[in-house]
Design a protein around this ligand. Structure first.
Ligand code: CA
Length: 378
């Protein structure tokens, strides 16, 4: 079955408006109410954070207990299985800090060519460190949240609703285990609980005007959507790959200790039509390297930290994870099956990002989709 025992992603749900949201795992077309099934109040706290803070041994034990109950003790679990169509899904984590990286060689090269046409596409630092910036944790929203078209400065003397509203298809990593201020993070799998899909909505006209010299600001901070389901790393053991070869050899603190590249196949759809299939496995910097870099200066991690990969773009034109690349800054509009064309997003457009990964014994691990619909500027 799809969404079987090998997957079991975690989310937060409620059955009605008066209920404090509860933690569950998705199993088939049901959600397992963990507070009820496991008799543990950590799952009745409104977010995954309290559970995540227990650390990797607890994550492993809990997953084993759930798998065991679902496979051997169906009658005991039955009362705690709720059909998905009877629940509302919420933001699964209380987001602590949010960092966004820029780890695709192809995406960074494409954007460099467009934003700085007379220079080398990649800055000299790009192959030396995973470039990133701190984003706005408070505007990370659950899949399904409407995205209000942002307004802002779009050039000298120009103000108004963004005319270049775009997406960025990304993979996000959720931190469970914190670090103390001054310390560096240890092993990736001791800190990071799981993976979510991210749409880093981007207003390209606002971004292009504001980003010099300090980087993205209001062109990004209005909304970032994530999947309602966090896929635990334990479900992705068959998807682990070595990660792309790197030249030059990274600094010691960035050396890969384990295989933490991930063979995730993404799909981006606009109004139900697939427009791109970005391959995550080809990313230049892997998530363990992002974690090492983010904490090498002693910046502490908090439970609920979210960091994202940056736009996932592959080498082929049909593998680009943003419209600015797919349409080459609007000069080559996409044709949609309804006969319309898109340079950038129009009001009413719905963008959905999905992904799959290889699972055990030929099974497919499906990640929770992230979707959002653009509504007019206020
Ligand atoms: Ca981004």
């Amino acid at each position: 079955m799809s969404w079987g025992l090998e997957n079991l992603p975690y989310g937060v749900f409620s059955r009605n408006e008066s209920e404090i949201p509860r933690v569950g795992v998705r199993y088939g077309d049901h959600v397992v109410d963990l507070a009820g099934a496991l008799h543990d109040e950590v799952f009745a706290t409104g977010s995954l954070n309290a559970f995540l803070s227990r650390g990797p041994a607890a994550w492993r034990d809990t997953r084993a207990v759930i798998q065991n109950k679902l496979s051997t003790d169906q009658t005991a679990v039955e009362p705690h299985l709720i059909p998905l169509d009877q629940v509302t899904l919420h933001l699964p984590i209380e987001v602590a800090d949010y960092v966004d990286f820029y780890c695709s060689l192809e995406h960074a090269s494409n954007l460099g060519r467009m934003f700085r046409p007379n220079e080398e596409p990649l800055k000299p630092n790009w192959r030396q460190l995973p470039v990133g910036y701190h984003g706005r944790a408070g505007t990370v929203v659950a899949s399904g949240t409407s995205i209000v078209r942002p307004s802002g400065q779009r050039g000298a003397g120009l103000f108004g609703p963004s005319a270049k509203l775009d997406i960025e298809a990304e993979v996000g990593f959720v931190v469970g285990t914190p670090t103390a201020l001054g310390d560096r993070a240890g092993r990736f799998e001791d800190h990071v609980f799981g993976v979510t899909l991210v749409n880093d909505w981007s207003a390209r006209d606002i971004q292009a005007w504001e980003y010099v010299p300090l980087g993205p600001f209001l062109g990004k901070s209005f909304a970032t959507s994530i999947s309602p389901w966090i896929t635990p790393l334990a479900a992705l053991s068959q998807a682990r790959v070595a990660g792309r070869e790197q030249d030059p050899e990274p600094h010691d603190y960035l050396r890969r200790q384990e295989r933490w590249g991930l063979d995730l196949s993404l799909e981006v759809a606009i109004n139900g039509e697939v427009v791109s299939r970005p391959p995550y496995r080809d990313m230049y910097w892997t998530p363990d390297q992002m974690l090492a870099h983010m904490t090498v200066n002693g910046a502490s991690l908090r439970t609920g930290d979210l960091y994202a990969s940056g736009t996932v773009s592959g080498a082929e034109p049909g593998e680009r994870g943003s419209l600015i690349e797919l349409t080459w800054n609007g000069t080559e509009p996409l044709k949609l099956p309804d006969g319309s064309a898109r340079a950038f997003l129009e009001d009413g457009d719905t963008v959905t990002i999905t992904a799959t990964a290889p699972g055990p014994g030929g099974a497919v691990i499906t990640l929770g989709e992230v979707s959002g619909t653009v509504v007019p500027a206020r």
